[in-house]
Design a protein around this ligand. Structure first.
Ligand SMILES: O=c1[nH]cnc2c1ncn2[C@@H]1O[C@H](CO)[C@@H](O)[C@H]1O
Length: 567
């Protein structure tokens, strides 16, 4: 028989244990908010139940091509399982708030972009040598929009797969038609191009599965010079996809439609506001494939597409679904200090003309090998004064920083500079968890972290979502928004996949935490206070509807005894 003393002691112990757990979780957004409404509590329960059920069914089944599946596994391998998930289907209906971290050229969907390209007679293609079964995996397509007077003579066009082919341009439409049936015919052409636009699982998790192979043995300087010539690491493949996009997207008839399409696909996924990163050195050619647009002309197109879309949504009574989009001006981390200063002036000029469109300024490119923020300290420190002299409203910094799995390197140290330079949010901040003081500062200054879970995993900062710092960020009470970075390259649409990976790889995270993330994505956006208010009210309405939808589905989930019924 147990003595009453030990029974009492265990009860006391459990009480202290509960208190400790509560204290430890107190900083999480799903704990520090007001108490859950009955509808929220029900939705939380339903989603948790479904998550557990699917972990035991969908993720425990045998798949011939996926040896050891688990929730939160490598995205590119697990995608086909995710697509069968009921939880995923439910998440796709969730209002996500804002998409705050995406790069213009890689925000669409690769097949849709290829379709757009194939509709344009100006789009031409060539490759270094005749394509054969043995080289099709390694010889990439090169695209160019040619003006009409330079179209190659149709009769003389030689197929990319023809024995006589020699690095000559051929219209993309014709190249597709003439593609050797032995290599798959037109479908084979599509697969060849799509492979160059995207990263596949064997590249990410096999051939290119490394971030820093060379850096371990040679100096950073040598690595920087080598990086241009060696093609073994994941960023090499990643950067090569941008080479394909820029030749297709930067052509006005495609550019306009592409922009519209990716906005619509994000909206359809429940995103109501978008901040898009776009290089200031962006080059676009007009329909004649000759005339280069000025930056101002490019922004007029962006503005025009946004105005049209806003009017369409208004006309359809769907204003709540689309609040708008803004551009974060970016510059490449390889430019000289002088060029960055010139680009900062260019950014101010754009802010003057398109005050409603310009959200902020950032630097892009692989932090592990390119210039650190400190290298640009001088122009960046002058930027505030430059804005005041020009009489424009503040253009905040929204820096990428700490997109690295290292510590103490320039990439990691970018976090100190981003914060000291007054960044309003940090892109990625993957290495932030290593810096207690910086975590504290981000909390005090309400610097939100733009976490891009799938991007970080595909670019090999972590091998699965379980070792991604996002759960720790939540537990520290950091403000986190989730984003997709370059969804075209990992072939996802909108934010649902990123939300899913975060949800299923943490026991603590539920739908309420994701709801708080969505709300924070509006709160920490660069919308004006009025716009934010409107966006938050619209989000809340949609959230309430979403909770009803989950509840409707929930009766089925909660009453189910047979856990296999959700596969
Ligand atoms: O996650 C990222 N970190 C840093 N740079 C990036 C990331 N994704 C895309 N780009 C960079 O942005 C430019 C296109 O606007 C490309 O140069 C690409 O390398």
């Amino acid at each position: 028989m147990r003595s009453s003393t030990i029974v009492h002691e265990v009860a006391e112990y459990k009480k202290r244990r509960d208190e400790l757990i509560t204290q430890d979780r107190a900083l999480r957004a799903d704990h520090s908010r007001e108490p859950l409404s009955p509808a929220e509590a029900l939705a939380e329960e339903v989603i948790r139940k479904l998550k557990t059920t699917e972990a035991a069914t969908l993720w425990s089944a045998d798949y011939p091509s996926i040896p050891h599946p688990f929730p939160g596994m490598e995205f590119l391998t697990g995608r086909s399982i995710i697509m069968q998930s009921k939880l995923f289907e439910i998440l796709s209906k969730m209002p996500k708030g804002s998409l705050l971290h995406g790069h213009f050229d890689a925000m669409g969907q690769a097949p849709a972009l290829l379709d757009l390209a194939l509709k344009q007679p100006a789009v031409h293609v060539r490759c270094a040598e005749r394509l054969t079964a043995s080289n099709i995996q390694t010889v990439p397509p090169e695209f160019l929009c040619l003006p009409e007077d330079m179209y190659p003579d149709l009769a003389g066009s030689v197929s990319l797969t023809d024995a006589n082919y020699q690095h000559t341009w051929i219209s993309a439409q014709l190249a597709r038609e003439l593609f050797d049936p032995q290599l798959g015919g037109p479908g084979g052409f599509d697969r060849w191009v799509l492979a160059a636009m995207t990263i596949n699982p064997s590249e990410a998790y096999g051939t290119h599965n490394t971030v820093k192979k060379v850096m371990l043995h040679i100096s950073v300087q040598r690595f920087r010079s080598l990086i241009a010539t060696v093609g073994f690491q994941i960023w090499e493949k990643f950067a090569s996809t941008f080479g394909v996009y820029e030749r297709i997207v930067h052509y006005v008839p495609i550019f306009r439609e592409y922009f519209r399409q990716f906005l619509l696909s994000a909206i359809e996924d429940g995103v109501s506001y978008i901040e898009i990163r776009m290089n200031l050195t962006y080059k676009v050619v007009a329909a004649d494939a000759k005339t280069e647009l000025s930056t101002r002309e490019i922004f007029l197109i962006l503005d025009n597409v946004l105005k049209e879309l806003t009017a369409e949504f208004k006309q359809q009574g769907r204003e709540d679904e689309f609040i708008g989009a803004k551009i974060i001006i970016t510059a490449f981390r390889l430019f000289s200090v002088e060029i960055i200063e010139t680009l900062l002036h260019g950014c101010i000029a754009l802010k003057k003309e398109f005050p409603h469109l310009i959200a902020g300024f950032d630097l892009v490119g692989q932090e592990d090998v390119l210039q650190p923020l400190i290298y640009y300290a001088e122009p960046l420190l002058k930027f505030r004064q430059m804005q005041q002299d020009a009489g424009v409203d503040e253009i905040p910094f929204l820096f990428h920083a700490g997109e690295t799995f290292t510590d103490g390197t320039e990439a990691d140290m970018n976090l100190y500079d981003a914060i000291l330079l007054g960044t309003k949010r940090i892109g990625h901040a993957f290495s932030l968890l290593k810096h207690p003081k910086l975590i504290e500062m981000c909390k005090e200054r309400e610097i939100a972290i733009e976490v891009c879970p799938i991007s970080n995993e595909v670019l090999r900062l972590t091998s699965s979502m379980h070792m991604h710092p996002v759960s720790a960020f939540f537990n520290h009470g950091l403000r986190v928004v989730l984003s997709s970075d370059d969804p075209c390259i990992w072939q996802c649409v909108g934010l649902t996949f990123d939300f899913y990976q975060v949800l299923v790889s943490s026991e603590l995270t539920g739908i309420i935490q994701l709801g708080e993330v969505a709300k924070d994505s509006i709160k920490y956006s660069m919308l004006s206070p009025d716009e934010k208010q409107r966006a938050l009210v619209a989000w809340q309405k949609r959230w309430d509807k979403f909770l009803e939808y989950v509840a409707g589905f929930g009766r089925e989930v909660l009453s189910a005894h047979d856990t296999t019924s959700f596969t």
